[in-house]
Design a protein around this ligand. Structure first.
Ligand code: SF4
Ligand code: SF4
Ligand code: SF4
Length: 269
């Protein structure tokens, strides 16, 4: 039997180590890799959990777990079945990364005719590849960790909060707040587009810190004013396709992109 008190302490507090499983659906597995990165904190992180299923890190596995981290979107029937099975087993289901939260980069194929996409990628092979759906289209999701990939620090914080029974809160303000706190020069002043004003923070302005504009991988911030951002982008001389490319890249802004396309159609009539 598992020793539930073998988790050591965190800041002197004895820890209960929840049985935790990691799974992937349609994904690049980059989010799971992030969890395994950062050797400096890996040992204490693993000390918080009893990992019972993690294909990237161990062999074997069991259906006896309490927390399930699920990476990837759903585009096949077997993935749908697996997700429902995981939901049935887990007390807490965490959507890990943009693919799981929004459909992610997998949704880029929605820009094209589905038959054309399948034939172009798989030829005549009988491969099932439907629309990429986020987890919450099919099952209840308890927590979301945003990002493509997720930030290891954020995963650690979520796990620590679960282990300590604390609320898990994701920032609602935009990336610009973190970018300003990091004293970056605004990308717009350097002639680059950026979705920072409308994207949910929490990545510590990862891209602008390296002088790259935000592509919105964490989805919309609360009350995101995308129409205003469109105006700012246009005032800076960016083409409509430039903002659409960004809005449609990770799936989190899908409804805004749809509205953008509708306004553009109406403007052309
Ligand atoms: S969110 Fe990004 S890094 Fe994570 S699985 Fe999807 S494509 Fe890979
Ligand atoms: S670079 Fe982007 S995130 Fe930073 S302040 Fe400018 S618009 Fe905001
Ligand atoms: S800056 Fe934007 S694209 Fe880059 S990690 Fe943060 S949310 Fe994602």
């Amino acid at each position: 039997m598992t020793d539930r008190n073998a988790g050591g302490t965190f800041l002197g507090v004895p820890l209960y180590r929840p049985r935790t499983a990691f799974f992937e659906l349609a994904s690049c597995e980059g989010c799971q890799l992030q969890v395994l990165n950062n050797e400096a904190t890996l040992a204490p992180f693993l000390g918080l959990l009893e990992i019972v299923n993690f294909r990237e890190a161990m062999t074997g596995g069991t259906d006896d777990y309490e927390i399930a981290f699920v990476e990837g979107s759903v585009s096949r029937k077997d993935e749908e079945d697996l997700l429902k099975e995981i939901r049935g087993n887990a007390r807490v289901l965490v959507a890990l990364g943009s693919c799981a939260c929004f459909g992610g980069v997998n949704r880029l194929k929605d820009r094209f005719d589905p038959d054309w996409t399948r034939k172009t990628v798989y030829g005549e092979a009988p491969v099932e590849s439907g629309r990429a759906r986020p987890l919450e289209d099919l099952v209840a999701v308890d927590l979301k960790i945003y990002g493509c990939p997720v930030k290891k620090e954020e995963v650690e914080k979520v796990v620590t909060n679960i282990a300590l029974g604390k609320a898990v809160v994701s920032p609602k303000y935009p990336v610009c707040m973190e970018c300003k706190a990091n004293e970056n020069i605004c990308l717009f002043d350097l002639g680059e587009p950026c979705l920072g004003p409308v994207t949910r923070a929490g990545c510590d302005s990862w891209c602008p810190n390296s002088r790259a504009g935000c592509w919105g991988c964490r989805g919309p911030a609360e009350d995101a004013n995308v129409e205003q951002l469109e105006k700012i982008m246009q005032e800076h001389g960016f083409a409509q396709e430039t903002i659409l490319d960004r809005l449609e890249c990770f799936g989190g802004f899908a409804r805004f992109a749809e509205a953008f396309r509708r306004r553009r159609r109406e403007g052309a009539e």
